[in-house]
Design a protein around this ligand. Sequence first.
Ligand code: ZN
Ligand code: ZN
Length: 393
Amino acid sequence: MDFIQRLIDIVKCFWRRILRSIMGSRGNHSNKSRELAARNEHPVEAFGWAASGETGLLSPFKFSRRAPGEKDVMFKVFYCGVCHCDLHSIKNDWTGTKYPIVPGHEIVGIVTKVGSKVEKFKVGDQVGVGCMVGSCHSCDNCTNDLENYCPKVILTYNSTYYDETPTYGGYSNIMVVDEKFAIRWPENLPLDSGAPLLCAGITTYSALKYFGLDKPGMHVGVVGLGGLGHVAVKFAKAFGVKVTVISTTPGKKNDAIESLRADAFLFSRDKEQMRAAMQTLDGIIDTSAGVHSLGPLIGLLKSHGVLVVVGLPNKPLELPVLPLISGRKVVAGTAIGSVKETQEMIDFAATNNITADVEVVSMEYVNAAMKRLAKGDVKFRFVIDVANTLKAL
Ligand SMILES: [Zn+2]
Ligand SMILES: [Zn+2]
């Protein structure tokens, strides 16, 4: 039997290689024509760093952007956060990556040009762009300020814009965006440490608000202390919520308690600690992108508690039913937030002095940053100093 299984594996592997080489050459061809089309169709020359294949290695890349239309703002990119989404996308972890890809959806900068009908911005204003740059404007989601759930949502990178050209993200010198999808940036909110709020911030803020986990005196668990987790703790504390950080890394206890002022820390691999904490939480924000069982986490919830998944593992998670039905508990998911809610979150962050803890790096360092991010070796978000370190091509 072993021998037959081995034989099957060898044949499978062989076919996979052949398929990959066929797809790879087709991919390269269409990449080149896509790149040429984008250059020909748009008059604004732009440059940034792109990945051209599944190694995810980023390198300098020239492309073009559209001339600002009457509702568009053009801005010089100052900083761009390095989100876990960027890492997954450049490596095609979620499949569907179209190369070349210029990642980056935590983008802040200064407006350099506005279209004739722009109302929210003027030249010189600070501006932010998160994960979306367009949507259908007519579906139920779009008409109810839920364009983040529009089936035709256009993402900031690795999407196709209304004019059929690819969207490119913020690892680049300039952006052109419909003002509807641009966020007014408060004067007192730092551009560098504020940038990660545009994905990590809105994801966790929206999860806490929508599921009613923002009431003072509640007790909320935050699973994972990375880019998302650490801002989840900050928002929850600002709402007056008691926070327990739940992590597979005991070394994160100090960061959780001392730096982020969480109220308690649970090492999730310690069965005793987990047992002692059963049925103590009103809700949990699960930011972990690793494959893990939801059972032990559901066990921590009180009756009617909600476990909100915001990480995006690339495989299904185990969901045992017994702890779920024992207490009418809910497992839910949420993704980023609408433009309206993102603006509300940014204004709340500015009022409450909430920013991400960041390590500002140069554009040249981005591949090293990706490697460190893959190992969780960052406290807690890399932000690229685009304006000062992206060299012109
Ligand atoms: Zn992101
Ligand atoms: Zn829509």
